[in-house]
Design a protein around this ligand. Structure first.
Ligand code: ARG
Length: 269
């Protein structure tokens, strides 16, 4: 009798354990397969944390804390939608592929809603308009040069600045374009005088000028950079939800306040 009980208990425990193990396995399998957008209550945002004042790390020591206009706006939108925000820092050129693969639910990275990109991803209405500038070392006469042989300008890989630079330099024989992954590296290269200039978003260039007094000069370029918008995988149901949230945040004056906080005044929207 006692033996029977032990056998029963053993079988029961064994079966129970097996069931638990199966459940755990099933669950973890599901997690991996879930696309970013299926994870309930969590919104995964892709960004490239190198574009002050849109998204950047406040200090070198505080590497985990990304701040900026895009981050705050994304947080507020997620809060309005009752979802938790997770931010993934990836290279700018990898953002659109990540959206297409469903690894992120949306992207905010000062992304220009260009015609070309609209073929592969969906965009929210434009939330900020900016321009391109040329950043050079202070008092360099680069902009006025006639001969560009051996001169180099840098841009972020995959950015609209890269596109613009290709067009701009087509009239400047000899000028070489270097495309780098991170804007911080571009600025370092310029500081070290290994390159002669960089094409950046206006507000980003001003942020670097403010942080490095007496180092850089800014020249306005004749290029309309266009509007920045939130990007989504094609046909994502989030487009409508975000539109609603953005409209609400505009209506209550939150967006203007945020523009004022990060860009000085609400004159560019
Ligand atoms: N507006 C430009 C573009 O869409 C540059 C954006 C770069 N963003 C960044 N977070 N580094 O191509």
């Amino acid at each position: 009798m006692e033996k029977m009980m032990t056998l029963k208990t053993f079988l029961f425990t064994y079966l129970f354990r097996m069931m638990c193990a199966c459940l755990v396995l099933l669950n973890s399998g599901c997690d991996e397969k879930q696309s970013a957008s299926n994870r309930r209550n969590i919104l995964i945002m892709g960004t490239s944390g190198d574009l002050p004042p849109f998204e950047f790390y406040k200090t070198a020591e505080n590497k985990n804390q990304m701040v900026g206009f895009d981050i705050e706006l994304a947080e507020r939108i997620s809060q309005y939608l009752g979802r938790e925000l997770q931010v993934k820092d990836i290279d700018f050129s990898a953002i659109i592929p990540a959206l297409q693969a469903g690894r992120i639910d949306f992207a905010m990275a000062g992304i220009t809603a260009s015609k070309e990109r609209k073929k592969t991803v969906d965009f929210s209405p434009v939330y900020y308009v900016t321009a391109n500038v040329l950043l050079t070392i202070e008092k360099s006469d680069f902009y006025k040069m006639k001969d560009f042989k051996g001169k180099k300008i840098a841009v972020q890989l995959g950015s609209t600045q890269e596109q613009f630079a290709r067009f701009w330099t087509s009239q400047k024989p000899g000028l070489e374009i270097i495309a780098l992954n991170r804007i911080g590296d571009i600025v370092q290269e310029l500081k070290a005088k290994r390159i002669d200039g960089a094409i950046l978003e206006e507000s980003t260039a001003y942020a670097y000028v403010r942080n490095n007094p007496n180092t850089f000069d800014i020249t306005q370029l004749e290029s309309h950079q266009g509007g920045m918008a939130i990007a989504f995988p094609k046909n994502s149901p989030l487009v409508k939800e975000f539109e609603r949230a953005l409209q609400h945040l505009r209506d209550i004056g939150y967006v203007d306040k945020l523009v004022e906080k990060w860009f000085g005044a609400p004159d560019r929207l």
